[in-house]
Design a protein around this ligand. Structure first.
Ligand SMILES: [Mg+2]
Length: 216
């Protein structure tokens, strides 16, 4: 059995993270307007699907370029301190979901590469639970690179149905779960091919149903 997890909004509370993340900018004198104006994201188009990726470095540099009062080094330093410990944003049910499972069966793939994503994952402290971690612009490529045995039972979980569809291109036989937490802002419907669940404990229960653990 292998499990492929998504990071943002699946095991990491990205909504609450964003509130504190923005707060760092404001505490350093960046206005809300300047923050919004410089929050560039790059479109990644894949067939009829559109994903957005973000670069922290670009935003920091743009802010310092537009508002000369802002010291880029200070802002970067403060952000680095903030990003160094993000354990409080990991959803508690993640730990429950992986209890007793082997590290070699757990994988993390996260859309949007770059330093920012890597720092977030590092800061969250979850890297040690996974045998492989991939970040990049194409989840089908990342899933392929995991080199999983297609004969194995594979479970994939993501909050974005479009990402599940991308992964399904390379792992057509896997079991797909769409996570829709109660407080989620995402209103997209869950396609029939995916099982909708509202937390990771439910995900674990579904895994146990499909792939019962042998008792020791
Ligand atoms: Mg996500």
């Amino acid at each position: 059995m292998k499990i492929i997890f998504d990071f943002d909004d699946t095991i990491f509370d990205t909504q609450n993270f964003k509130v504190e993340f923005e707060g760092i900018f404001y505490s350093m004198g960046v206005s809300k307007e300047l923050y919004r104006e410089t929050y560039y994201s790059t479109k990644v188009v894949r067939g009829n699907k559109v994903f957005y990726k973000y670069s922290l470095q670009n935003q920091l540099e743009a802010i310092a370029r537009i508002n000369k009062q802002i010291n880029l080094e200070q802002l970067t330093g403060k952000m680095d301190v903030f990003l160094s410990d993000l354990k409080r944003f990991v959803f508690e049910d993640f730990y429950q979901a992986i209890t007793g499972l082997n590290k070699e069966d757990l994988f993390l793939i996260s859309f949007g590469g770059g330093d920012f994503k890597k720092k977030k994952i590092e800061g969250s402290g979850v890297a040690k639970y996974f045998s492989q971690i991939k970040t990049g612009d194409d989840k089908s490529e990342m899933a392929k690179e995991l080199l999983l045995d297609p004969g194995e039972k594979i479970f994939v979980i993501d909050d974005k149905p479009a990402q599940l569809e991308v992964i399904r291109e390379v792992l057509p036989k896997a079991n797909f779960f769409r996570l829709r937490r109660f407080n989620s802002k995402n209103t997209e419907a869950t396609p029939m091919a995916f099982t909708e669940i509202s937390n990771l404990s439910e995900f674990r229960a579904q895994i146990e149903k499909i792939n019962p653990q042998k008792s020791p």
